[in-house]
Design a protein around this ligand. Structure first.
Ligand SMILES: [Zn+2]
Length: 168
């Protein structure tokens, strides 16, 4: 059994703080997978889970073990593998919202809440069809659905009606 639990995402991987580097192209971005491999004795059919990492530059497959160990002296488990995910994404978002009677305080609170929760940046704000069109951008590790959920939930809590929401 593998105990490494690496996520199958583009990442840099370290073994005892040493970066894993592709021996062919010297790049260091990989996607790790857990695979089952046959162990030496042919015919016995013993299979073990191992970790492999595929170089995202040249496609070379690197097979590696997990040298994590138990330090009896310190009564401590020393984890060897570390993963640094690279999946920060940039989003551009348009929100068309209504707050009943034009209510700038409410819009300001809504924006402040989004800054607090999602670290958004406001790019533009304009009146449109009796509402307010808000254009914002943000960088996040969150998936698009999660961001959509957070925005809609935040608006709901503040009694703000979202008429249209596009996330790209
Ligand atoms: Zn490579």
């Amino acid at each position: 059994m593998s105990i490494s639990n690496l996520k199958q995402k583009k990442s840099r991987i370290t073994i005892f703080n040493e970066p894993v580097i592709c021996r062919f192209c010297s790049h260091d971005v990989f996607i790790p997978y857990e695979v089952n491999v046959n162990v030496e004795q042919p015919g016995i059919g013993v299979r073990h889970a191992r970790d492999i990492a595929i170089c995202q530059h040249c496609g070379e497959v690197k097979l590696f073990g997990d040298p994590s160990y138990y330090d009896a002296e310190k009564d401590n488990f020393i984890w060897a593998l570390n993963q640094h995910l690279l999946s920060v994404r940039k989003y551009k978002i348009k929100i068309l919202l209504y707050v009943g009677k034009r209510n700038n305080d409410k819009i300001t609170s809504f924006i402040n809440k989004l800054i607090q929760v999602l670290s958004i940046e406001v790019e533009n704000m304009s009146d449109l069809q009796g509402g307010v069109l808000l254009q914002i951008k943000l960088s996040s590790l969150n998936e698009m659905q999660t961001i959509r959920f957070i925005i809609i939930d935040t608006a709901k809590r503040m009694n703000i009606t979202i008429k249209d929401l596009t996330i790209k």
